[in-house]
Design a protein around this ligand. Structure first.
Ligand SMILES: CC(C)(COP(=O)(O)OP(=O)(O)OC[C@H]1O[C@@H](n2cnc3c(N)ncnc32)[C@H](O)[C@@H]1OP(=O)(O)O)[C@@H](O)C(=O)NCCC(=O)NCCS
Length: 192
């Protein structure tokens, strides 16, 4: 439900619904003036199309499992590997070379994944995740900048994403990269 309908939300709450996510959309224009990403000590940036990390897809599944609970509002459990793989690393908009990876040795420690959309100039940022020990060093920002430069070269001019309103680090990263907030929506659940 759109997040500007306070009266509707009050009614739903009275009827036993609870808000389990408040997602806010955001868009960023891609321009040739994108800054160069910072180098992060010990980190090599690759993509899912070029990585030599062993069992890269399994590593991404492990990374997703290790980080998902830190994304406020993510109430669902991670599905089994095959279901997750079909959703996260498949489907029409999936592009392996738009899944940017940060590798420390042979370990994948961060990811940002972008999908194609029906508009050839617009991409959708699916998810971004950084392993806990690597957080707060600018890795998400650097990886998203690597992605933005690659996407610009591939013809994209607009990136769209959705972020949980309480996810302060992701909002900070996106704001620094020029994302402008757009409409949001509440997801409500009722236990029967
Ligand atoms: C969100 C996430 C990817 C950020 O990764 P990161 O590598 O630590 O991010 P960076 O170091 O590039 O930047 C973090 C920014 O958030 C800021 N920040 C961190 N905690 C904050 C808080 N509580 N309030 C406000 N800002 C905060 C930092 O100051 C930093 O901004 P700065 O560089 O301007 O100082 C990481 O926390 C994560 O994996 N979270 C779990 C998964 C998730 O929520 N993914 C996003 C949904 S798809």
């Amino acid at each position: 439900m759109p997040d500007d309908r306070a009266a509707h939300l009050r009614v739903l709450r009275r009827r036993g619904h609870a808000v389990d996510a408040h997602l806010v959309s955001a868009t960023a224009r891609l321009t040739p003036a994108l800054p160069a990403p910072a180098d992060i000590d010990g980190i090599a940036v690759t993509t899912l199309a070029t990585t030599r990390a062993p069992q890269a897809e399994r590593q991404l599944y492990r990374l997703q499992g290790d980080t998902v609970a830190d994304n406020p509002g993510f109430a669902d459990r991670l599905p089994d590997f095959d279901t997750w793989r079909a959703e996260a690393l498949g489907g029409e908009g999936f592009r392996a070379h738009w899944v940017l990876l940060a590798e420390h040795g042979r370990r994948i420690v961060a990811v940002t994944a972008v999908r194609a959309t029906p508009d050839p100039h617009t991409g959708h940022v699916d998810h971004t995740a950084v392993e806990r020990p690597w957080r707060g060093r600018g890795l998400a920002r650097a990886l998203k900048l690597h992605a933005a430069r690659r996407l610009f070269d591939d013809g994209l001019r607009l990136l769209h994403t959705e972020v949980e309103a309480a996810n302060a680090p992701m909002l900070a990263v996106n704001a620094a990269l020029g994302y402008r907030p757009g409409p949001g929506h509440h997801r409500t659940v009722k236990t029967l």
